[in-house]
Structures are given as structure tokens and as C-alpha cells.
Design a protein around this ligand. Structure first.
Ligand SMILES: Cc1cc2nc3c(=O)[nH]c(=O)nc-3n(C[C@H](O)[C@H](O)[C@H](O)COP(=O)(O)OP(=O)(O)OC[C@H]3O[C@@H](n4cnc5c(N)ncnc54)[C@H](O)[C@@H]3O)c2cc1C
Length: 374
């Protein structure tokens, strides 16, 4: 039977951004309902390398990924399509953990202080200062605030005719876990024609292989297996990996239409968090940290605004300007690096420069990352 309940904050989507905002706000006494499409735990297409910048903040929320088995990662290596390798110490470092585990840890933490419903949100509308939210199961809610934390692309984006869904997107993501012997303190990024593939260990010791490629590169090949064999394996590091690794999934997971276009941070008064507000190129290994950071940005603004009685408009404006200040620079640098990596000549020049000036690689990494969040 349909029910209609009122909550202070309703969060659409329970990935890292939604779960973190839910924990932060509910720990500060706000009544939160988070609605997520899929039951936990579930796998997601993601490189599963998280920057350490979010560790102190997660610890402050009572979440400790390292205690939960995440692997400490301190080294980065990158190869070009020919297999030439550069390596460097990561300025801040990071950790390797599967989304299957990380999202589930946050979900369990959220259940201590807030309600979660597993359902797809099918409609959100704002009328007379109140949101009305429906799920596909027919449940209805009203809320004072709605946070959109539903990821890269969703039914709601199509309903709202967001600009980025009008434009075709050329990107495809593929991910799977493998049994493979690789040092646990390294995250590797190997280039191939038309994309790049990240390798790093997760909490189980399995190696996550996740790559992003263009349709143009992929469509000439019959399927994932042929594509990996004929294109990824041109890079000797990837050849060694795919020839020696045992697939631990029934089949790799895929996502399509990954868009890096500019997105709105607030739309129809819904506050957008994480990838819903903007996605950084995955080669930066910073999307998860940004998702968590955006949750922190909003939660802090919201908590202060409730104490000082600020208007909805003031909250929206402050979130938008803080989001831009925190993330615009990283997004721009990420776009530049991605463009370069997909051009073999430019990559070659970049590699030659980085060999002469080794400090350039950590400097670039710093520009796509933030500082420690406390
Ligand atoms: C190929 C690839 C590799 C990547 N590698 C890395 C990496 O190594 N390191 C890194 O930091 N970042 C990486 N990223 C980026 C990272 O995955 C994202 O930035 C991060 O997942 C964003 O989290 P989020 O909470 O915004 O979205 P998500 O984790 O996507 O969560 C959104 C949630 O919303 C739910 N949802 C969607 N629609 C609805 C609806 N209508 N109703 C209810 N629920 C809904 C979804 O089921 C999902 O659980 C990678 C991205 C790609 C594409």
C-alpha cells in the first residue's frame, strides 16, 4: 500500500556521495531518508583506488576503510601504449578497496542513524517549498531538501532534460576482479589505443582491472574478450596481466554513455552531489574522493545554515560557489591530461619530459587531487 511520509532530507542514490551525506547529516540530528536502487552489497564499474585525502574525514564519521582491509597504496606507475613505464611516489597516497565493500561499510554506518529504502526514485518535484518524491514501487514522500546523488546518468537526468544527456557520450567503462600477483602498494595506469586501464589490489587481494575506452575504439571488435586481446594487449604490461590473470567474475561489468560534460550543481532546487554534479576523468583516480568531499561541502553548509536561519537560495548559492572553488581546477586539469593521453604523439612528448623532469608527474597528480579533509 502507498505511504506518504515527511523527512527533512531525502537523498536519491546511495553511492559514496549519498551515503556520506546521509551519515554526516543524520549524525548531526537531521532526519534523513536515503533511497537507493540496488540492494547492498553490489559491484560497480570503478577503478577502486581512493585518494587518502578523504581518510581523516571518513574516520571522523566513524568509518575506517584501512581497518576494514583496504590496501595502503603509495606508488603510482603509468605506461604508454608501447609499454614504456614511469613511476612515482603518490604525494598523498591512497587505498584500494572494492566498491562492493566500501559502499556496504558506509551503508551499515548509515543504518545506525538514518532510514534507507531500496527502490528506484521515479519522480521528484518541488512545489510551495516542499519536494514530492515518488518511487517506482509507488511509495511517496515529502521532504524539505532533496539531494541528487544518483551518479553519472539516471532516469531523473532524462526527465529533467539535463544538458549533458542531450549530447552523445563516447565513453564506455569495463571492470572485473582477477586473481593476479601484483604488489599491494601500487596503482598502475596502462595506456592502450583509445583508452587506459587501471590495476590495483582490493581488500580481498583480488586485483581490480578497470578501463575506460571510446566507442570508436571498441566498436571495431566483436566483444570485450576480443577487444582486450587485440587492443589492450598491445601494451606489454596489459598483455602480461590478461595472459596471467584469472577472472573472478562471471563476466566483466560495463557501463556506457559516461559523460564528462559540465553539469548543474543545483537543478530544480535539488542539490547535486558526487558524479551527479560532475565527473572527473577516471585516470585522475579522484572521483570517489570528490564524491565524498562534495557530501562534506553540502553537509557543513546545511548544518551552519540551519543554525543561522539562512534561506534555501543562500544555501544553494553557497554550495554552488564552494563546489566550483573546490573542484573546477581539478576537472580542467583532468580534461587536459585525458586529451593528452589519448594522443600517442602527445603522450610520447609527455613521457620524454617526465623522464627529464621527474617532479612533473607528482605535480600533475597534486593538481587533480585535494588536500587532507578533516
Ligand atoms: C571507468 C571508471 C573508473 C573509475 N575509477 C576511479 C578510481 O579508481 N578512483 C576514483 O576515485 N574514482 C574513480 N572513478 C569515478 C568514481 O567511480 C565516481 O566518481 C564515484 O563512484 C562517484 O560516486 P557517486 O556517489 O557520485 O555515484 P555512484 O557511486 O554512481 O552512486 C550513485 C547511486 O545512485 C543510484 N541511483 C541511480 N539512479 C537512481 C534512482 N533513480 N533512484 C535511486 N537510486 C538511484 C545508483 O544505483 C548508485 O548506487 C571511476 C569512474 C569510471 C567510469
Amino acid at each position: 500500500m502507498a505511504k506518504c511520509k515527511h523527512v527533512e532530507v531525502l537523498i536519491v542514490g546511495g553511492g559514496l556521495a549519498g551515503l556520506t551525506a546521509g551519515i554526516h547529516l543524520s549524525q548531526h540530528g537531521f532526519e534523513v531518508l536515503l533511497i537507493e536502487k540496488y540492494a547492498y552489497p553490489h559491484h560497480k564499474v570503478c577503478g577502486e583506488y581512493v585518494s587518502n585525502e578523504v581518510l581523516p574525514y571518513l574516520n571522523g564519521l566513524g568509518v575506517d576503510p584501512i581497518k576494514e582491509g583496504a590496501k595502503n597504496i603509495s606508488l603510482f606507475e603509468i605506461s604508454n601504449t608501447k609499454g614504456e613505464l614511469l613511476s612515482t611516489k603518490l604525494p598523498l597516497g591512497g587505498f584500494g578497496i572494492s566498491r562492493y565493500h566500501l559502499d556496504n561499510i558506509l551503508y551499515q554506518k548509515l543504518l545506525e542513524t538514518a532510514a534507507v529504502e531500496i527502490a528506484t526514485v521515479s519522480g521528484v518535484c518541488f512545489l510551495n517549498e516542499i519536494f514530492e518524491v515518488q518511487t517506482q514501487h509507488g511509495n511517496e514522500y515529502t521532504a524539505d531538501f532533496v539531494l541528487g546523488a544518483y551518479g553519472k546518468r539516471s532516469n531523473l537526468d532524462i526527465q529533467w532534460k539535463r544538458d549533458f544527456v542531450q549530447k552523445p557520450s563516447q565513453w564506455l567503462g569495463v571492470k572485473a576482479h582477477y586473481d593476479f600477483n601484483m604488489p599491494e602498494d601500487i596503482v598502475a595506469l596502462h595506456n592502450f589505443n583509445g583508452g587506459y586501464c587501471g590495476l590495483s589490489q582490493t581488500e580481498t587481494g583480488a586485483v581490480n582491472a578497470c578501463y575506460l575506452t571510446t566507442y570508436a575504439a571498441f566498436k571495431k571488435h566483436k566483444n570485450i574478450e576480443v577487444f582486450q586481446k587485440e587492443v589492450l594487449c598491445e601494451n606489454p604490461h596489459l598483455k602480461h596481466f590478461f595472459n596471467n590473470a584469472n577472472l573472478l567474475f562471471d563476466a566483466p561489468l560495463t557501463i556506457s554513455q559516461v559523460s564528462f560534460s559540465k553539469k548543474e550543481t543545483v537543478m530544480n532546487h535539488v542539490i547535486m552531489l558526487g558524479d551527479t554534479a560532475g565527473l572527473i576523468h577516471p585516470l585522475c583516480g579522484n572521483g570517489m574522493a570528490m564524491a565524498i568531499h562534495s557530501a562534506k561541502l553540502f553537509s557543513e553548509i546545511f548544518i551552519t545554515s540551519k543554525k543561522t536561519g539562512q534561506s534555501r537560495q543562500a544555501i544553494e548559492a553557497r554550495y554552488t560557489s564552494n563546489w566550483q572553488a573546490s573542484f573546477s581546477g581539478r576537472l580542467q586539469t583532468g580534461t587536459l591530461i585525458q586529451k593528452m593521453l589519448l594522443k600517442p604523439m602527445a603522450t610520447q612528448v609527455g613521457f620524454s619530459i617526465a623522464k627529464i623532469i621527474p617532479g612533473i608527474l607528482p605535480r600533475l597528480i597534486k593538481q587533480t587531487h585535494g588536500t587532507l579533509l578533516v
